[in-house]
Design a binder for this molecule. Structure first.
Ligand SMILES: Cc1cc2nc3c(=O)[nH]c(=O)nc-3n(C[C@H](O)[C@H](O)[C@H](O)COP(=O)(O)O)c2cc1C
Length: 354
């Protein structure tokens, strides 16, 4: 167990959520939270978007916004890390406080608003790192940008030759107008221009789209059609929700996107619906409320090829990726299936109707 594990979690709770997050990044940077490598279990390997993932558990975007610690993340046992969201220009985000732990609900609300150091800073760090392990780059648009799609094009050309994959994030609730890019016409234009930028870039990594959980059946069907028509490589379901299921914590009235345990059901149902709408023809990453192995297993059953976590780490600490991996290995053995891909979508109908 790492130092961060033993003293970390209770100590972290003494700080507000954003300060605790900063301390976690520092601990990872300094090696304080680094775990010793364990042997990879080959049965957990997943092939998706032309990449071979050593295991299906990834770190979701927003934790390492400026690509400061992707390799330390991978050493914690994650099969992949997604850095960002990065925008072309550095921007401060919204006024603080803007990130809240809802401890009684095992949830987080954030309205950070894409605070990040901009493309140049992330680029310099990614250039300096060893080119091993799967590190995706999540790209977005500056708050004040007059042509938001142009910001995504810039992201594609900037990171194409350094990113294992690129995520087009149109689903953060904290940048005004961003989620409108999920509307059919806007999405067609966005994906068309993004894929054209990729074709002209120096390398052609897979391009994924990250969607919100706050979409009705009609909007999901539209996105499914556009995504299949455009020929992008995968979809991440989902970002945080602006809805508020029943919550106990006093911070429940804070504005922003809700993540963690209360997002699990909604995001898994949307995942299953999207899997059915795309007939399993495009790999999906399931995100939202995964905080244990059985939650990750359910994401696979609902239609995910891979999963990502963020809020679960806030409550379970950095050992979570390993714990989930171990559970998936045991569960796979018990299931009688050979690979995790055999599990993908086997419970989609059940989840879609839940
Ligand atoms: C503090 C915080 C910041 C986030 N920032 C981003 C971001 O910059 N880009 C993004 O695509 N998602 C961001 N997310 C969303 C997560 O990547 C993830 O989709 C969501 O939190 C649901 O997963 P979880 O329940 O495991 O946290 C953020 C989430 C949190 C809690």
């Amino acid at each position: 167990m790492s130092v961060l594990d033993t003293i970390g979690l209770s100590l972290m709770r003494m700080f507000d959520a954003e300060t605790a997050h900063g301390l976690a990044i520092t601990a990872l940077k300094t090696g304080l939270a680094n775990a010793s490598p364990t042997r990879a279990d080959p049965s957990l390997e997943v092939e998706a978007f032309g990449l071979t993932f050593p295991n299906p558990v990834g770190l979701a975007a927003g934790f390492d916004k400026d690509a400061e610690v992707p390799d330390a993340i991978l050493r914690l046992g994650f099969g992949f890390a997604e850095v960002g969201t990065v925008t072309p220009l550095a921007q401060p985000g919204n006024p603080t406080p803007r990130m809240f732990r809802l401890t009684a609900d095992r949830a987080v609300i954030n309205r950070l608003g894409f605070n990040n150091q901009g493309h140049a800073a992330a680029l310099a760090r990614l250039r300096a790192r060893p080119k091993t392990g799967i590190v995706g780059v999540n790209i977005g648009a500056n708050k004040d940008s007059s042509d938001k799609i142009a910001d995504y094009e810039l992201g594609v050309s900037a990171f194409a030759d350094l990113a294992s994959y690129l995520t087009v994030n149109v689903s953060s609730p904290n940048t005004p107008g961003l989620r409108g890019l999920q509307d059919r016409g806007a999405l067609e234009e966005l994906l068309g221009r993004v894929l054209a930028a990729r074709a002209e870039a120096s390398a052609q990594p897979p391009v994924l789209l990250k969607i919100a959980p706050d979409l009705d059946d009609e909007a999901l069907a539209d996105i499914a059609q556009v995504v299949l028509g455009a020929g992008i490589d995968g979809v991440i379901v989902s970002n945080t929700t602006i809805s508020r299921p029943a919550l106990k914590s006093p911070e429940r009235h804070e504005q922003g996107g809700l993540s963690g345990a209360p997002l699990f059901e909604l995001s898994t149902q949307i995942l299953a619906k999207f899997y059915l709408a795309t007939e399993g023809r495009i790999p999906l990453i399931g995100v939202g409320g995964v905080d244990c192995g059985s939650a990750a297993w359910e994401k696979l059953r609902a239609g995910a090829s891979l999963v990502q976590i963020y809020s679960g780490m806030v409550y379970e600490g950095p050992r979570l990726a390993r714990m989930i991996g171990q559970h998936l290995s045991q569960q796979l053995e018990r299931s009688g299936f050979d690979t995790l891909s055999d599990i993908t979508g086997t419970g989609a109908k059940e989840w879609a109707e839940a």
